[in-house]
Design a protein around this ligand. Structure first.
Ligand SMILES: *Cc1c(COP(=O)(O)O)cnc(C)c1O
Length: 367
C-alpha cells in the first residue's frame, strides 16, 4: 500500500525551494558569508535532509543550538564549520573534539573552560548588546580583550551578537545594538563579526558585517516578503474523514466555543494538536481563527482543535468528498497567518510539527 494512504498528516518538504532561498539570501548578503541556522532539526524539516542539500549548494557554515545537533550536522556535512549556539561546559569537551564543533562562548566561565580543554581549537565569542539572553556583558567583553593569554588559548575566530527586534525595522534598539557591537569590535580588531539573523539582513548593509545567520527565511516563513520573497518550503496537508450538516445555533467541538450562525456543512480532518497544529488555531465566538485551503478556496477552521481532529466549514465549496486533501499551510495558506491566529509565530509552528506527520521530501536539483 502507498504509505501516504495511512498518514493523517503529510508534511511535504521542498529541498529545492530551501536551496533557492539560501542562494537568494547569499546573493543578498554578498560579500558577507551566508551561513545557515539549522537548530531544532532544521526548524522541523530534518537536519539529515536539509544540511546535505545546503552544503551541496555551497553553504559552508552551520549553526545549531545543542552539541547533539552538531553531531548530526557533522555526519551530514563532513567538511562544514559548525557552531553550537548554546555554548560550552567542561563535560562536553570530548564531544566537541570528536565532531570538530565550535562553541559560541557565552560567559567568562565557558571561555575559561574552553581555553583549558580545547587544545587550541576555534571558538566564537558572543557579546550581549541588549537582548539579555546569552553572551558576555560589555564590561566582561572589555575585560576579556585585556587578557591576551586567555584569548590566545580560547582561540576565537569570530565575534557575534544577536538582535532583539530585527523583525521591527523601525525599532530603536536595532541601531543601539549595532552601535554597541561596533564599540566592542573595536576591542577585538582582528576578529570577523556577525550580527544579523534573517530579519536583521533587511535592516541595511551595515548589519551584514562578515557573516549573516539566517534561519527562518531559509524555511520560507514570511519575513520582509515584500523586499525578498522566499519560496514555500513546507506544505502541510491532511484528509477529510467525514462531512456533516450542522444546523444554525449548534456548536462545534470541545467547550462548544463556536456557534454556527447559519446552517452549513462541515468537514472533519484527520489532524490535530498532536501533530503540532495549535489547539487555539480555530475560531471561537470571540476570536476569528485561521483558514485552510480546499479545492482552491479558503475555508475557516471552526472551534477548538482536538488532539487528532480539526473541523472546517465547507458549506460554500462545491463537490467536497471524504478523502479530499486540505492544505493547513503551504503555498496557498501562509504559515505566518495560521500561526498568528493561534497568537504564535511560524517558528513555533514549524518546530512543533510532530513526528506523527509523514515527512515527504522533494529533492533539490543536483548542484
Ligand atoms: C535562531 C538564531 C538565529 C536565526 O534566527 P532567524 O530569525 O530564524 O533567522 C540567528 N542567530 C542566533 C543567535 C539564533 O539564536
Amino acid at each position: 500500500m502507498n504509505a501516504d494512504a495511512l498518514a493523517g498528516l503529510i508534511i511535504a518538504i521542498d529541498l529545492g525551494a530551501l536551496v533557492r532561498n539560501w542562494k537568494r539570501l547569499r546573493d543578498l548578503s554578498s560579500p558577507a558569508e551566508c551561513a545557515a541556522v539549522v537548530k531544532a532539526d532544521a526548524y522541523g524539516i530534518g537536519i539529515e535532509r536539509a544540511v546535505p542539500a545546503l552544503a551541496a549548494a555551497g553553504c559552508r557554515t552551520f549553526f545549531v543550538a545543542l552539541p547533539e545537533e552538531g553531531e548530526r550536522v557533522r555526519d551530514a556535512a563532513p567538511d562544514a564549520t559548525i557552531y553550537v549556539l548554546n555554548g560550552f561546559v567542561a563535560e562536553w569537551a570530548e564531544h566537541f573534539r570528536a565532531f570538530s564543533l565550535r562553541p559560541v562562548l557565552n560567559s567568562p566561565e565557558s571561555i575559561e573552560a574552553w581555553a583549558a580543554l580545547c587544545h587550541g581549537a576555534p571558538s566564537v565569542i558572543h557579546v550581549d548588546t541588549g537582548m539579555n539572553r546569552l553572551g558576555l556583558s560589555l564590561h566582561q567583553a572589555v575585560g576579556l580583550s585585556r587578557r591576551p593569554d586567555l584569548l590566545a588559548a580560547a582561540h576565537p575566530q569570530m565575534l557575534m551578537s544577536h538582535l532583539a527586534c530585527a523583525d521591527e525595522p523601525g525599532h530603536p534598539l536595532n541601531r543601539t545594538q549595532l552601535t554597541l557591537f561596533r564599540e566592542v569590535r573595536g576591542e577585538f580588531p582582528r576578529l570577523p563579526a556577525s550580527l544579523a539573523n534573517s530579519a536583521g539582513m533587511h535592516l541595511g548593509r551595515d548589519f551584514h558585517l562578515d557573516l549573516v545567520r539566517p534561519g527562518i527565511a531559509l524555511y520560507g516563513a514570511a519575513f520582509a516578503q515584500d523586499r525578498a520573497p522566499m519560496e514555500t518550503v513546507v506544505t502541510v496537508k491532511t484528509r477529510i474523514l467525514q462531512i456533516r450538516e450542522v444546523a444554525a445555533g449548534e456548536t462545534i467541538g470541545y467547550g462548544a466555543s463556536r456557534h454556527v450562525l447559519e446552517e452549513t456543512r462541515i468537514a472533519i480532518l484527520s489532524a490535530g494538536y498532536a501533530d503540532g497544529y495549535h489547539r487555539m488555531t480555530g475560531s471561537s465566538d470571540k476570536h476569528p481563527g485561521a483558514e485552510a485551503t480546499l479545492r482552491g478556496q479558503q475555508v475557516p477552521v471552526l472551534g477548538r482543535v482536538s488532539m487528532d481532529l480539526i473541523a472546517i466549514d465547507v458549506g460554500h465549496v462545491a463537490g467536497v468528498t471524504e478523502g479530499d486533501w486540505v492544505e493547513l499551510f503551504g503555498p496557498n495558506m501562509p504559515i505566518d497567518a495560521v500561526a498568528a491566529a493561534a497568537a504564535t509565530v511560524g517558528y513555533e509552528l514549524l518546530t512543533g510539527l510532530s513526528h506523527r506527520g509523514a515527512r515527504r521530501y522533494i529533492e533539490a536539483e543536483p548542484a
